[in-house]
Write a protein that binds this ligand. Structure first.
Ligand code: F6P
Length: 539
């Protein structure tokens, strides 16, 4: 057994779990009329109702004890103060410095990093104003109207999610497109109706070596030069780079004056508030971006200073861990009841699973507990007419996070009341279910009774916020970032590396040249060899 599962804190929770695992939420609510108020938390402009979880006061006490036992408070401090907690890459983890106010001091290796952060933000703001005012002209003298962000993973998911989430606040004079897949269809469809003379490409890549991004960036260059019937001199007016790798940016042909940098202490999936957010700033303007950063910062301060039992990311992280390791839940559904958050679950997939999808502890020992669950989701109410059936009546226990807003940004008739009625109804239905007696009382034929029974006892959190704003988006992202960290600390894993993506990259690199010659020897397994041969003969 690992030190975690051997610990008193874990064992106490395990004994307690045996007493609560079969209790029904119906009974927990019936025996405590105040439950719907007790297990709630209001902080950083958010309201979290976690009463529909399979917990009681003792569960929460034991979960908090588990966090204390893991030294969570001191690990949080270690992260915020720039200790190199990403030990497998020998890096600090300072994404919280990206949203620190201008007058803050965050020392890393003897230097305050905050002025550097704000220097880049100021350059991004100047650039944004030049583009939106029309002062920045393309190669032929036309102003820029189309922004195409080329990036993948953290250099795409954050920007595209934030663009969609904050579209209400966006500059409608500009068209935004996002290209990530090395599948040429992505690039072709994103650019098919754009005029190269009015198009700016943002090449977003921390490393500036990522195969998909560099391939798309080269194709973009070709598309531009062919479209404008000109030479490389046009690149300067139509390409900017977001990267930590100035040398490769220059080698690609982008002037480093048109590069916005960040630092190796910003992980890709924690970078949407760095220079990687340039497309977001172009969409919502420098002041909107400032509000986004302030929202992040507010949640950071809450996470750093609030007691563990009144700490939103801590509570959410602990509950997620509780279902994963004690109930054996394999997945968590994130269900935003807001169309603008349609890409939020996809964004969270990288944040959560690339961070905590790990099988060894920081010391390299195999874990004997499950780590990150699979995150997935879709905006409500669409999901209700698709996969909710399984959540309600299937055999998997799927904890759900509902995210809803009391005010709609697009108020038409009674749409919003209907939307909110649905989110409240889903939480209630999942928790309370419907008994066989209740089904019978509706006059249901006996043969159909089992089919129409809802067991209930399906847990959910409801996050209720006034309205979706840039600041709220920052808070929401930081909430999940810190929930992920909370779990990573307890699981004793490194949420900040991603070695698991390397093998596939290496193999793909080796296979590329093998796809051309018909007679070259292949030395893969027989399945891979046959697939390659078939592709060669049919391509
Ligand atoms: O392959 C995974 C990954 O390294 C992610 O962690 C990262 O967000 C993505 O690739 C893109 O990397 P880059 O920004 O360096 O192109």
């Amino acid at each position: 057994m690992t030190s975690l599962t051997q610990s008193d804190a874990w064992q106490n929770l395990l004994s307690h779990f045996a007493t609560i695992k079969d209790q029904h939420l119906r009974d927990l609510f019936a025996s405590d009329p105040a439950r719907g108020k007790t297990f709630t938390l209001q902080a950083a402009g958010m309201f979290l109702d976690y009463s529909k979880n399979r917990i009681n006061a003792e569960t929460m006490k034991l979960l908090i004890a588990l966090a204390e036992d893991a030294g969570l408070k001191s690990r949080i401090e270690a992260m915020f103060t720039g200790e190199k907690i990403n030990t497998t890459e020998d890096r600090a983890v300072l994404h919280t410095a990206l949203r620190a106010p201008r007058d803050a001091t965050i020392m890393f290796e003897g230097k305050n990093v905050v002025p550097d952060v704000h220097e880049v933000l100021d350059r991004m703001a100047d650039f944004t104003v030049r583009i939106t005012s029309g002062d920045w002209k393309g190669h032929t003298g036309k102003p820029i109207r189309n922004i195409v962000n080329i990036g993948i993973g953290g250099s795409d998911l954050g920007p595209v999610m934030a663009y969609e989430a904050l579209r209400y606040y966006s500059n409608r004079d500009l068209t935004f497109r996002f290209v990530s897949n090395v599948d040429a269809t992505d690039f072709s469809e994103a650019t098919i109706d754009l005029d190269p003379a009015e198009t700016l490409f943002i090449v977003a890549s921390k490393t500036f070596t990522t195969q998909e991004t560099m391939t798309n960036a080269e194709s973009a260059k070709q598309w531009l030069l062919e479209g404008l019937k000109t030479d490389e001199s046009a690149v300067a007016k139509h390409f900017v780079a977001l990267s930590t790798n100035a040398e490769s940016v220059q080698a690609f042909g982008i002037d480093t004056d048109n590069m916005f940098g960040f630092w190796d202490w910003v992980g890709g999936r924690y970078s949407m508030d760095s220079a990687i957010g340039l497309s977001t700033m172009l969409a919502i303007g420098p002041s909107g971006f400032g509000e986004l950063l302030d929202g992040f910062n507010e949640m950071d301060n809450h996470y750093r200073t609030a007691p563990l039992d009144q700490n939103l990311p801590v509570i959410m992280g602990l509950l997620n861990l509780y279902y994963t390791d004690f109930f054996g839940s394999q997945t968590t559904a994130v269900l935003p009841y807001d169309q603008y958050l349609s890409r939020f679950p996809a964004y969270l997939q990288q944040l959560t699973m690339e961070s905590n999808g790990k099988h060894v502890t920081l010391d390299g020992d195999q874990v004997d507990y499950d780590t990150s669950p699979i995150f997935w989701g879709e905006p409500g109410t669409n999901g209700q007419h698709s996969f909710y059936q399984l959540i309600h009546q299937g055999t998997h226990l799927i904890p759900c996070d509902f995210i809803a807003f009391t005010k709609s940004l697009n108020s038409i008739g009674d749409h919003h009341d209907k939307l909110m009625a649905n989110v409240f109804a889903q939480g209630e239905a999942l928790a309370m279910g419907k008994t066989a007696d209740e089904v019978r009382a509706e006059g249901t034929d006996e043969s159909l009774v089992p089919h129409r029974v809802f067991e209930g006892n399906r847990p959910s959190n409801t996050i209720l916020i006034e309205k979706l704003t840039p600041s709220v988006l920052g808070k929401l992202v930081a909430l999940y970032e810190h929930s992920v960290f909370t779990q990573g600390v307890i699981w004793q894993i490194n949420p900040f590396d991603q070695w698991g993506v390397e093998l596939g990259k290496q193999l793909a690199k080796a296979i590329i040249p093998e796809l051309s010659p018909n007679d070259a020897d292949l030395s893969h397994d027989s399945s891979t060899n046959e697939l390659i041969r078939r592709y060669r003969s049919m391509k």
